[in-house]
Each structure stands twice: as C-alpha cells, then as structure tokens.
Design a protein around this ligand. Structure first.
Ligand SMILES: *Cc1c(COP(=O)(O)O)cnc(C)c1O
Length: 345
C-alpha cells in the first residue's frame, strides 16, 4: 500500500493546479468516514460521520489551506492574511510556517475557542484580536491586501474552495457512490459550496451515479441565509459559525437549489444536545459548530432508510471551555479507598 501523499498529489487530476511549482502539504485529508449506529437507529437512516477533526490542524480548513498556501507560494507571495473565527487562522498559521511564509491573522476578541487561538500563536502567526466580529475581521483582511503586498487566504480566495471540494471526493471514494443527503454546518458558506463542486465534478465524470441533496445548518442566532438577510450581531456558542454575512452566500444557495436541498437553523440547545449525543453514543468528540450537521438531522428528520453523511468539521479538543462548561464538574474526594467506595455506592 502506498502511503497517503496529501490532497494535491492524490487528487491532482481533479484540481486546478496551474502555476503550482512547490506543493505545501502536511498530508492533510484522508479522514475517516465512520458509521454511526446509534444515530442511525435514532433517525431511522444509515448515517455516516466524516471526521474532519482528524486533519493536521484539527479541522477541514486544512483542505483549502494546502491549496491556497501552495498557490500563494508558487506565485511568489511571502505573507498571507486571514480574518478568522479560529480554524482558518490555525490552518493558515500552520501551512504558512511549513512554507516559510509569514502569516497575519485577525480574530474577534474573546470569541475564538482557546485551542484555536493557541494553535495560531504556537505556529508563529502574528495574531491580532480586533474589537469587532468575524465579518469585520474579514473586511479588514480584504482591505489590508490593498495596502500591503499580502495574499488573503480566506475562502473568498478561490483556491480554498477548490481544495475543500476534495472532502466530497473522499466521501464518494469511501462509500462507492454519493450519499442521498450531505449534512453540513454553514458559517461563511464556503464548505457547502465546495462539497457541491466536488460532488458535481465526480458525478459528471461518471464516478458517482447520484448527486446528494445538500442540507446546510446554521446556528439560530447566526442564520442570515435562513432569514434571508444579514445579521449584524450574530451570536451563538458555536463560534466557528458565528457569522452574519457569509462570503459564499450565492454559491451556497445555488448548491441548495440545484441539489433540492435546504439551509435551516438549529438552536444552541439543539446543537449542544447533538454534541453530547455524539460523544456519549458514537465516541466522537467534535466541536460545537460541527454538531449542527447532526442536530439538524435529529430536529428535522430524514427520509427513512436514506444514506446520510454528516460532516463533522472540527475537533472537540479545540474548544475545552464549552466542553467543560457543558459537563458536570468532577468531584473531589480524599485519597482513600473508603472515600472512593462511599462515593461510588
Ligand atoms: C469554518 C468552519 C465551519 C463553517 O464553514 P464555512 O465554510 O465557513 O461555512 C464550520 N465548522 C467549523 C469547525 C469550521 O471551522
């Protein structure tokens, strides 16, 4: 068996690699697609989980970042910038370090999960917290490119979407065909657009016989696409999707329309219930935003017997604060067998 060589090598025939001279990879991709027996039983369908939290920096953002940093480096860039709810900055910082490039990240102060902030700092990025939300950070990152010779690696950079479509390829490669439904959290709406591009590309090439319905889920407090208008003060515990004005709004709607899918909202309580369910019943610890894909299935139901893939976009370890605050605090006892036995009775 040949070892996995990273997305740009493995899917070279399916990617736009024009201008690439120097591949920057951390051997991202090739994440597990695991069956979810208890969730399947609950929703009376055949549900699979795509564990994107097992990418090198712990989220699907690595798929887009190998492509974006590879292209930026090949074009001679020396510095990249992104606005981020956390995971984009972690991925950008890691791939920039690998490429020997500098990285500037703009994040909303106090609204980035601790693990993601730690990653960006430790990978050596210039981390700047702004007194504003993600949408403002993205606007500032865009504007910065007009003042300094710096490449933006947010998903408005088309190379990001191009790389992220490989998630769809892997799903089809693992299942032998596309699923009936692809369920996915929606924030800036780049990933749902990217998956649709991957599924359609494989389908028109005859690799898969069907196209999935695309089901996107936003957090109720940050659901601009569901509401049909921008949300100026988005709020949700799922910081990765705390976005009020998605950059890929139009392509996301196209994906939903063409696939006869839907974008709907789940509340923070529903999302946290799904988060706990996954950990306790499927032994999968994802981050809160990722659980939106499962919360949506539980809330709205699925046609009986359908084959469903939920994309679990990021690793639960990234957000220890939410994990701990959602659980009972472990008891403290004296270090004696008497106390231990008394406690367990
Ligand atoms: C970025 C991110 C999302 C949202 O993806 P979009 O492409 O912005 O819609 C969801 N979950 C996690 C963990 C993320 O990092």
């Amino acid at each position: 068996m040949t070892p996995w060589r990273g997305l740009l090598h493995e899917y070279a025939d399916w990617l736009d690699l024009r201008g690439v001279t120097d591949v920057v990879t951390l051997l991202e991709g090739n994440t597990p697609l695991i069956h979810a027996p208890r969730l399947s039983e609950l929703v009376k369908a055949d549900v699979w989980l795509k564990l994107e939290g097992l990418n090198p920096t712990g989220s699907f953002k690595d798929r887009g970042m190998t492509m974006a940093i590879t292209k930026a480096k090949s074009a001679g860039a020396t510095t990249v910038v992104c606005g981020s709810t956390g995971n984009t900055s972690a991925a950008a910082a890691a791939f920039a370090a690998r490429a020997g490039m500098s990285c500037v990240v703009l994040v909303p102060q106090g609204k980035v999960a601790l693990g993601k902030l730690a990653q960006a700092i430790v990978y050596g990025a210039e981390v700047i917290q702004i007194r504003g939300n993600f949408d403002r950070a993205l606007t500032m990152a865009r504007e910065l490119t007009q003042h300094l010779p710096i490449t933006i690696v947010n998903s408005i950079n088309p190379d990001r979407i191009e790389g992220q479509k490989t998630g769809a390829f892997e799903v089809v490669d693992a299942l032998g065909d596309a699923p009936d439904i692809l369920s996915i959290p929606v924030g800036n709406a780049g990933n749902i657009s990217a998956y649709w591009r991957g599924f359609t590309q494989y389908h028109f090439a005859g690799v898969s016989s069907i196209l999935p319905k695309m089901w996107g889920f936003q957090a109720a407090g940050a659901a601009p696409i569901v509401l049909g208008h921008r949300v100026d003060e988005p709020e949700t515990i799922a910081t990765a999707i705390r976005i009020g004005n998605p950059a890929s709004w139009v392509p996301a709607l196209e994906a939903v329309d063409e696939s006869h899918g839907a974008i709907r909202a789940v509340t923070d309580d529903e999302l946290l219930a799904a988060y706990s369910f996954l950990a306790r019943n499927e032994s999968v610890f994802c981050e809160p935003a990722s659980a939106a894909s499962v919360a949506g299935l539980i809330k709205f139901g699925v046609p009986a017997g359908s084959r469903v893939v939920c994309v679990l976009t990021g690793n639960g370890l990234k957000d220890p604060d939410t994990a701990v605050s959602q659980s009972v605090t472990p008891v403290v006892i004296e270090a004696t067998m008497d106390d231990l036995l008394r406690h367990l009775q």
